[in-house]
Design a protein around this ligand. Structure first.
Ligand code: ZN
Length: 169
């Protein structure tokens, strides 16, 4: 089932999500919904709080459904290693129409559970490393705009506020 993607300002996006205790059939069906929702929005990543579920789950697919092997699922992900830096444009399905250059580590190693509840670890670089860190931020109640400072940050927040005021958000 395709869900509505919540936008900046929705409560669940601004609080840390909780650990999944068991990868049950209900959790697997939630994961499948997340994958469908991500593809329908042409996104490369989606975290559970973005569809209103405060659980530590994210899905990433840099091929946006073109290559089945590119779909990565993490339940209870932990960033175990990070290295270097990269500065690239970043966007978010919860902040449509906005993007900013964000500094992130160039390499990131993430460990967690897969869709079957088994553990897996992925060492990522570049865009994949960025996607992992962006999604883990979601699970910690952070959006990319929270990593900005000063004028850059206030400009986006002001525009979002204006859009919400006029019912366009
Ligand atoms: Zn996002």
């Amino acid at each position: 089932m395709i869900h509505k993607i919540l936008r900046h300002g929705a409560d669940v996006l601004h609080h840390p999500s909780t650990l999944v205790t068991n990868v049950t059939p209900e959790i697997q069906s939630l994961i499948d919904d997340m994958v469908q929702t991500m593809y329908s929005a042409n996104g490369i990543g989606l975290a559970a709080p973005q569809i209103g579920v405060a659980l530590r789950i994210f899905v990433v697919d840099l091929s946006v459904g073109q290559n089945i092997d590119d779909l990565i699922i993490f339940v209870n992900p932990i960033l175990t290693k990070k290295e270097g830096t990269q500065l690239e444009e970043e966007g978010c399905l919860s902040l449509p129409g906005f993007n900013s250059k964000i500094i992130r580590p160039e390499k990131a190693t993430v460990t967690g559970l897969n869709r079957e509840g088994g553990s897996h670890t992925i060492e990522a670089t570049g865009l994949l490393a960025r996607a992992f860190q962006h999604e883990i931020d979601h699970l910690d109640g952070k959006l990319f705009v929270d990593r900005l400072k000063g004028l850059q940050k206030s400009l986006i927040l002001r525009r979002v506020k204006k859009l919400s005021r006029t019912g366009k958000w």
